[in-house]
Design a protein around this ligand. Structure first.
Ligand code: GAR
Length: 203
């Protein structure tokens, strides 16, 4: 059974969807730990409620990325638990070399926009203000370029005339919960190859 870990900074609804889909057998893996850079993250509480190890690792700085010494701590925890796949689910810090090289090709992220449109933060508001008629979400491999790794799966949702960033975010979130599981299962199955930037399924 493959071991997965989730990194989350906040509310943890994507984490919850992953937990639920592991418990109901949709994802054939064991969630061995949830790690947060935020002691107060509701995501940690969600993990504890399901008897999943929940760890806070002090980011040690207010930087938007993890410094190498802290990345080493994350990597140690993950290696000690034989983690095969790391899933970022609302983890609000950028990962750098130490982390990326330890789990090359084995880190996924979910982003609430149709990349390469609207990378970064507050993207539902940006999509709305830009005037796009569709937005959505993307699950991609994490590489050094932020929000720019090979795309595993995406889902589109319409942008409605009376949307606010909150109503659009809610519509997108529902799809996030669905496609993150889909992407995890593709990667766990190993039935894909990456050609250039393209993730091609081989089953
Ligand atoms: C989700 O919408 C996720 O796509 C986004 O944060 C939210 C976390 O919600 N991630 C990013 O913006 C990453 N840059 P959740 O804690 O309820 O899963």
């Amino acid at each position: 059974m493959k071991h997965i870990a989730v990194l989350a900074s906040g509310r943890g609804t994507n984490l919850q969807a992953i937990i639920d889909n592991i418990e109901n057998g949709t994802i054939p893996a064991k969630l061995v730990c949830v790690i947060s850079d935020n002691k107060e993250a509701p995501a940690l509480e969600r993990a504890r409620r399901h008897n999943i190890e929940a760890l806070y690792i002090d980011p040690g700085s207010k930087k938007t990325w993890l410094i190498p010494e802290v990345e080493e701590k994350y990597v140690k925890v993950l290696k000690d638990r034989n983690v095969d796949l790391v899933c970022l689910a609302g983890f609000m810090r950028v990962l750098k070399k130490t982390f990326l090289s330890a789990f090359k090709g084995r880190i996924l992220n979910i982003h609430p926009a149709l990349l390469p449109a609207f990378p970064g933060l507050d993207v539902q508001r940006k999509a709305l203000e830009y005037g796009v008629k569709f937005s959505g979400c993307t699950v991609h491999f994490v590489t050094e370029d932020v929000d720019a790794g090979p795309i595993i799966t995406q889902a589109a949702v319409p942008v409605l005339d009376d949307d606010t960033p909150e109503t659009l975010a809610r519509r997108i979130l529902k799809e996030e919960h669905r496609i993150y599981t889909e992407a995890i299962n593709i990667v766990l199955s190993g039935k894909y190859k990456i050609i250039g930037r393209r993730v091609i399924r081989t089953d």
